[in-house]
Design a protein around this ligand. Structure first.
Ligand SMILES: Cc1ncc(COP(=O)(O)O)c(C=O)c1O
Length: 463
């Protein structure tokens, strides 16, 4: 048994409201779970982003915060921690991950620039496309095969990457981001869009080698870099005896820079940053960071936020913590699998991903089976989850056609240090009830379709 490496010091009351109330609330929310109030949710598995429980050390670090606009002690601690853990000399704070994406892509992307990556996250994709960039997805095919038990489903298909680099970097521009050239390669570690699945260090090294050959910069989206490093230690035999800290530094060594949402592996409720190796790139990013996020010493965060990120980063890379965290996700994944729910295996780092298309075969893809399952779980048990399927995939910015997600997935994200085994057992019980009556789960149709990032703010009706 893997034991929790912490005990509970502070609690928050939660309540399961009656089913008649849940029916009213979800209807009022336009069948979009983003519009539910959290007090009407019993187990909130919508996201692991900014929902973690802060530690006593994080709370006490608030008291030492320095709220100066420029040159604060809190910024210096924030910067020093990132430099030490990740090894990048230049740090730009941002209010959250998408703040980093907005500044970074504003500076790097020129119209029709090509970005190659392993299934970038939805906000990342939206920022890239908003600047006129085009994404080439080179994720390995195992990522989309629910039967595959491949250990590193976040990996890049190196052959596809090589082909894309050859094809597009030859068109001119390459690192400079010229028209149709490859602007950069982006590795998302772990890869949220395909199930929080890790990328191996072997794959990272080979990706970096190809990028160097083609003179294309390599960046990482490191929202969940600590979980990725833990999986490298667990699953990549060569790194079995290495310390997590060393695996992190080895991983980062191959990148030109990183974008981080500190709301994940830094176990903070708010925050983010960009960290880069090159002074010239830092100088290019800095004015836009000031324009879009705030001065270079706070970037949309308060001193208190920067303190909690600095302390949380140190706690988020602790091996005992990572062992327990990933074991919770594995417990829920394996338990659901054992009762006949088609889940993506092996378990990822932050969430359980369910192949709702396979579970609810009676619901057509155009009626979004994963979203239908999310609605059913809320009605049955007050559980909030999120669709990672064709609603989230959105429309092609040029053709305006609906994009088909490779699979209609439902994500149950596990907030860090929040829920106990009893809570997870309750989720399993609710699934058993939904499974019994799965034919009665109804698909959905848009009543309002939001033009950008439509999963967040569209409205639906049951069919
Ligand atoms: C991989 C990844 N990148 C970027 C982001 C965006 O971060 P934020 O929510 O802090 O804007 C997320 C958020 O879930 C994510 O999972």
């Amino acid at each position: 048994m893997i034991l929790p490496p912490y005990k509970i010091k502070s609690v928050e009351k939660i309540k399961l409201i009656p089913v008649v109330e849940r029916l009213k609330k979800i209807k009022k929310a336009g069948y979009n779970l983003f519009f539910l109030n959290s007090r009407d949710v019993y187990i909130d598995l919508l996201t692991d982003s900014g929902t973690g429980a802060m530690s006593d050390k994080q709370w006490s670090s608030l008291m030492q915060s320095d709220e100066s606009y420029a040159g604060s002690e809190s910024f210096l601690r924030f910067q020093k921690t990132i430099q030490k853990i990740l090894g990048f000399p230049y740090v730009i704070p941002t209010h959250q991950g998408r703040g980093a994406e907005s500044v970074f892509n504003k500076v790097l992307i020129k119209k029709d620039g090509i970005i190659i990556g392993n299934s970038p996250f939805d906000t990342t994709r939206a920022h890239i496309e908003n600047m006129g960039g085009k994404i080439i997805d080179v994720t390995r095919k195992e990522a989309f095969d629910p039967k595959s038990l491949f250990n590193f489903k976040g990996n890049v298909d190196l052959k596809k990457l090589k082909r894309a680099l050859k094809k597009y970097s030859a068109k001119g521009g390459s690192a400079s981001g010229g028209k149709n050239g490859v602007t950069y390669v982006l590795l998302t570690i772990t890869c949220n869009s395909v199930g929080g699945q890790p990328v191996s260090l072997e794959n990272i090294k080979e990706t970096a080698k190809l990028c160097r050959t083609h003179k294309v910069p390599l960046f990482y989206d490191i929202a969940r870099f600590a979980e990725n490093s833990f999986f490298i230690k667990e699953r990549e035999i060569k790194y079995k005896n290495k310390k997590i800290e060393d695996i992190i530094l080895e991983t980062m060594k191959y990148a030109d820079g990183v974008l981080m949402s500190a709301k994940k592996d830094a176990i903070a409720n708010m925050g983010g940053f960009i960290a880069v190796r090159d002074a010239e790139l830092y100088q290019k990013l800095a004015p836009y960071a000031i324009l879009l996020e705030g001065f270079l010493n706070y970037g949309g965060m308060s001193g208190r936020d920067m303190e909690t990120v600095a302390t949380g980063l140190c706690e988020g890379i602790d091996e005992d913590y990572l062992k327990f965290r990933t074991s919770q996700v594995k417990y829920l994944t394996d338990s659901l699998y054992n009762i006949g729910v088609p889940v993506i295996r092996p378990a990822g780092g932050h969430a359980v991903f369910i192949d709702a298309g396979a579970l609810l075969e009676h619901i057509k893809r155009d009626n979004f089976p994963a979203h239908a399952l999310a609605v059913a779980l809320y009605i049955e048990g007050g559980i909030r989850s999120v669709e990672i399927g064709s609603i989230m995939a959105g429309r092609d910015p040029e053709t305006k056609e609906n994009r088909k997600a490779p699979r209609e997935l439902l994500r149950l994200a596990i907030p860090r240090r929040v829920y106990s085994k009893e809570h997870l057992d309750y989720v399993i019980e609710v699934f058993l009830r939904v499974l019994k009556n799965k034919k009665s789960v109804r698909g959905v149709r848009f009543t309002y379709e939001a033009p950008v990032l439509r999963h967040f703010s569209s409205k639906f009706r049951l069919i």
